[in-house]
Each structure stands twice: as structure tokens, then as C-alpha cells.
Ligand binder design. Structure first.
Ligand code: MG
Length: 470
């Protein structure tokens, strides 16, 4: 039986309207919902290890693209020059000394496989803050904030976890030997576990394929949570030595294996951005790319580069704590190079501002809300940075000037701690390599910096030390 023409017309209009409604509902929910957040956090990648930050032979076109189209911060700092305190500070917006992660012993600056401590459960992480807003939360990669069951990521606001619980050089088979880092990479030499939520699923973790597998998990997480606001914390375990690249990348870079590993990381960043574009989520997702501390210089060619900055990981010279900072969100983050000061401490308040979440009000938050810089390229609300090594303030920066009160060089080639009788003073805008001391020319600046440090110290309360629990 043939339907009358008017009935066909009515059915067609109804079908058309219903599909219009679906499209319009889809768009509305996409635009109305708060933005997703992805934090890609490198391990031991130095200020000079990206092509967009001046490396002459490492090629990172995908990362360079988001730096070019987003904001590239050139005075961006971590709150510590080693892994554990740096990660705690990023997730809580608080200096490590406030959260039990300010070390008291030079050989216990991070958690080791026999550690019992962790980020205290009383601390509020970005994941916990966003869960209050209904976000889906996941971590893929290296945790390093306590691996006892009560300290795993799933106790700190993350719905899911896939990754290694501490550094990729820990639990070395036959003991820790510097030479083993310079030999042909063999993941069996490091008995590092790979975990899914609370379970160990592989040991030793095959680190040759770890970046690839992290990337697959990250893409899965995005796909599975595309219908809801999500927070993905993506801390890679590379380029912390021992370094490993998938065979598809080995031998590709003139920089050697380190360049190959960076090429694979760059591919991974491209995959994440591509996934967001495919799902039409790129304009509603804030992507942050940075590093936990500077390059591990004692690892020679298998470690990274701080470029023109002095020294590296473990120190309070610029190379230890100044890292590339990149923010990307097309249509929201105004592109450009930002030379004002920013820090990983600022991510919590910035993310709160951009998602409508509430910054914890019952505690000192050391971070500043950078969202107005991201959206309007206004001046950064952060004008200073305090450089801790362990429990001590070694240095402070305010504006262009940085004073050092205590100096100490790189981690394992320790030349000794020196408490200076007279502080050193460098103008970091003019002299980013900290070569020319101008302390005697600016007693007023030194006095101002000393006041800032004294006021900060008054605000620090003593808390139980988590790094000494064994
Ligand atoms: Mg590190």
C-alpha cells in the first residue's frame, strides 16, 4: 500500500526535526559543560629538550605546534628539583614543605620501593577537587606519591590508574650502578612494577613499549569519558634515565636514543591532540604540557639538557627548576610567548577557575590563578618563586632578580652545600645563565627578597615528614 504524499511529508519533517534536535543537544551539551583538563607531565625533561625551546637536533613538531598555537611560557617553574615533592606540589598547589614532602635527608628526597609514606590523605588533589564537580578522573603514567595501598592514586581522587608507582630506575637488579644506565637498554635490569588500579599486572615493566602503551590507555580514557567532563593526568615515566623507545622510533634522531625517546613522546602528544580533534573536544579541553624537574646531568648523553640555564635536576639553579610550560586550548588560550613567571603550583587554582571548581579554603594554597593570562594575555599574578632544596630556602626570585642563600650543585656529583655569607644576586632577564653576580649593586633588592622569604617562612607550619617513613 502506498502512503499518501502528505503523510510522507509529515514523517520526513518529523525525522528531520528529531535529527536536528539531536545535533543541537549534542552541541549544546559540549559547549555548556565545563572544559576537560589534560596535564601531560614529563619526567626529567630539561628546559632545552624541545625544538621549540631551542634544541638544535631534537625534533618535537607536535609539541611545538601546541606551543605555537597556544601559550609558551619561558619562565615556568616546578616547586622542587626532584620527582616526589614536585608531583605533590603540582597536584595540591602547595609547596612540598607544607604537605610532608620536604625532605630532611639528602638520600631520601623521593619515595623509594621500601618507603611507607605518601601524599597525606588530608591533602586535596586536583583530581579530588574536580571529582566534586562531577569529573571523571584518570592517571596514566608515573605516580611517585606513595605506593602502599593507602597511598595509591585511587585513594587521591583518581577513578583509574595505569602506570608505574615510582621511578623507572628503582629496584635495580644487582644494585644501583651508574654504568648500567649507559649500556644497551634492557628493561629486565630494573624490577619496576606496572600497575592497573591497585594490582601489579607486569614486573618488570617492559619499558621499551611503555610510552606506546601509556598512549593507548590515555586515548582509551578520553574515548570512554567523552560524554562527561574529564581530568586526565598523564605523567610519562620517560625521559627519566634509563631511557627506552619503541623500536619504531629507535635510531630516528640525530640526538641518539634520548632524541628517539623525545620523538616518541612527541608522537604521543600528537595522538592525544588528534583524538581530541576527532571527538570534537579540542576546543573544550585545556591541555598543559610541562616537566617535573630539570635534566639529570650525571646521566651524561642519556640525560637531557637545560639549554642556556645553569645546572640541572636536584639543584636550585635555574636548570633544576625552570622547565618548558605550554598551555593549549584553541579559541580560549590566546597564542603567544609569556615571559612572566608561572609555576606548576598554579595549575590547581587555574584549573579551578576554568572549570568552576572551588579552591580549598581551609589551607594555604601557594598557587595563583593564571586563567586571565591564558585567556587575555594579561600580566601574571605570580611575581615570585621560592626555591627549596629539602627543608631549606636556597634561593628566591622576585621579578627579574634571584638571590641565592645556599648553593649546591648537581645530585650525584655533589660538590657540597655552601651557606653563603653574602647572597648571590642575578638578574634573570639579562642573565638567565646566572653568571654575573650583582649583589653589591642592589642592597635594596636583597632586602626586599629577604623580607619575602621571612614572611613566607612564618606561614610554614611543621607537619609529619612522609619521606622518612620506612
Ligand atoms: Mg623527575
Amino acid at each position: 500500500m502506498r502512503l499518501p504524499i502528505y503523510l510522507l511529508l509529515v514523517i520526513s519533517i518529523l525525522l528531520l526535526c528529531s535529527s536536528c534536535q539531536n545535533v543541537s543537544q549534542g552541541n549544546t551539551s559540549q559547549e555548556d559543560r565545563p572544559p576537560n583538563v589534560i596535564v601531560i607531565f614529563m619526567d626529567d625533561m630539561g628546559f632545552g629538550d624541545l625544538s621549540s625551546f631551542g634544541h638544535p637536533t631534537i625534533q618535537t613538531p607536535e609539541i611545538d605546534r601546541i606551543a605555537q598555537e597556544g601559550q609558551k611560557w619561558t619562565n615556568f617553574y616546578t616547586a622542587s628539583s626532584v620527582c616526589t615533592p614536585s608531583r605533590g606540589a603540582l597536584l595540591t598547589g602547595r609547596y612540598p614543605i607544607r604537605i610532608g614532602l620536604g625532605p630532611t635527608q639528602s638520600n631520601k628526597r623521593v619515595f623509594f620501593p621500601n618507603s611507607l609514606g605518601g601524599l597525606p590523605s588530608s591533602e586535596i588533589t586536583i583530581a579530588e577537587m574536580l571529582k566534586e564537580q562531577g569529573y571523571k578522573t584518570g592517571i596514566v603514567g608515573k605516580w611517585h606519591l606513595g605506593h602502599q595501598p593507602e597511598h595509591l592514586p585511587t585513594t587521591q581522587g583518581f577513578d583509574s590508574y595505569y602506570g608505574i608507582p615510582y621511578s623507572n630506575d628503582m629496584d635495580p637488579v644487582g644494585g644501583w650502578k651508574l654504568e648500567s644506565f649507559f649500556m644497551k637498554p634492557d628493561h629486565n635490569k630494573w624490577n619496576v612494577p606496572l600497575m592497573q588500579d591497585e594490582e601489579i599486572i607486569e614486573r618488570p615493566a617492559n619499558q621499551h613499549t611503555i610510552t606506546k602503551r601509556y598512549t593507548e590507555k590515555a586515548l582509551e580514557f578520553i574515548e570512554e569519558n567523552k560524554a562527561d567532563p574529564f581530568f586526565l593526568y598523564f605523567p610519562h615515566s620517560m625521559v627519566h634515565t634509563p631511557i627506552f623507545a619503541h623500536k619504531d622510533f629507535v635510531g630516528k634522531s640525530p640526538r641518539g636514543l634520548y632524541g628517539d625517546v623525545m620523538a616518541e613522546i612527541d608522537w604521543s602528544v600528537g595522538q592525544v591532540i588528534g583524538k581530541l580533534e576527532d571527538l570534537n573536544l579540542d576546543k573544550n579541553t585545556l591541555v598543559v604540557f610541562t616537566s617535573d624537574n630539570g635534566p639529570w646531568l650525571v646521566m651524561r648523553e642519556t640525560g637531557g639538557s637545560a639549554g642556556l640555564l645553569a645546572d640541572g635536576k636536584g639543584t636550585t639553579w635555574e636548570g633544576g627548576m625552570r622547565v618548558p610550560g605550554i598551555f593549549y586550548m584553541p579559541g580560549t588560550v590566546q597564542s603567544g610567548t609569556i615571559t612572566d613567571i608561572g609555576s606548576t603550583l598554579d595549575l590547581l587554582p587555574t584549573i579551578a577557575s576554568m572549570t568552576g571548581a572551588t579552591v580549598p579554603e581551609d589551607r594555604t594554597i601557594d598557587g595563583y590563578d593564571l586563567s586571565d593570562v591564558l585567556k587575555n594575555k594579561s600580566s601574571s599574578p605570580r611575581d615570585h618563586m621560592i626555591y627549596y632544596r629539602n627543608q631549606d630556602v636556597y634561593a628566591v626570585r622576585k621579578g627579574e632578580y634571584k638571590a641565592h642563600y645556599i648553593t649546591e650543585t648537581c645530585y650525584a656529583l655533589d660538590t657540597g652545600r655552601e651557606e653563603l655569607e653574602e647572597p648571590l644576586l642575578y638578574n634573570l632577564n639579562v642573565d638567565p645563565s646566572e653568571k654575573y653576580n650583582h649583589a653589591s649593586d642592589h642592597p635594596d633588592v636583597l632586602s626586599d627578597l629577604a623580607t619575602l622569604v621571612a614572611e613566607h617562612k612564618i606561614s610554614v607550619k611543621s607537619v609529619p615528614n612522609e619521606l622518612n617513613k620506612y
